[in-house]
Design a protein around this ligand. Structure first.
Ligand code: MN
Length: 162
């Protein structure tokens, strides 16, 4: 990290779009709606990704994910942590070995190396902000043995989509 010494003059930010307007429907000027992941790279359904703040000049990135009704994110884990804020809708998430109902403005803390999955299984879209390290490791999928262990809990077994 750079030292906390202020520069002699203010940074030139005239070239930046410091304000990008919300344009309705959880979309923003200059923010592309992207696929969640490359198709075939991991199991998921009905998830779109928007990068609201990328890693340029920051230690963290902030993304907005939206899971369509009936959809789900990938069951995965990784070294980096997630800080999640639900922005719209309802659904459920697995964090570690427990399943939680979630709704708009709930906060979800996903520590490193914790299994996690989000499902929009309440008949409506589930949209959430997710903060991550800019420099981060890639996700790991469960092995068959790890799936067997996770499925020992009936509530988790019923929840999981792989
Ligand atoms: Mn993740």
């Amino acid at each position: 990290m750079s030292a906390a010494v202020p520069p002699a003059s203010s940074p030139d930010v005239g070239h930046l779009r410091c304000v990008r307007r919300a344009v309705g429907g959880f979309a923003w000027e200059g923010v592309d709606v992207l696929a969640y992941k490359d198709t075939g790279s991991a199991p998921f359904a009905g998830v779109k990704r928007q990068v609201l703040f990328d890693g340029a000049g920051r230690a963290s990135e902030l993304r907005y994910f939206e899971v369509a009704p009936g959809g789900h994110s990938t069951l995965e884990r990784h070294h980096h942590a997630h800080a999640v804020i639900v922005l719209r809708g309802r659904g459920r998430c697995l964090v570690g070995d427990s399943v939680h109902a979630i709704a708009a403005l709930d906060l979800v803390d996903v520590p490193g190396w914790t299994w996690h999955q989000f499902r929009a299984d309440a008949g409506e879209a589930l949209g959430f902000l997710c903060m991550v390290d800019s420099a981060r490791d890639t996700s790991v999928l469960p092995t068959e043995a790890e799936l067997v262990a996770l499925r020992r809990d009936p509530a988790v077994r019923d929840f999981l989509r792989v």
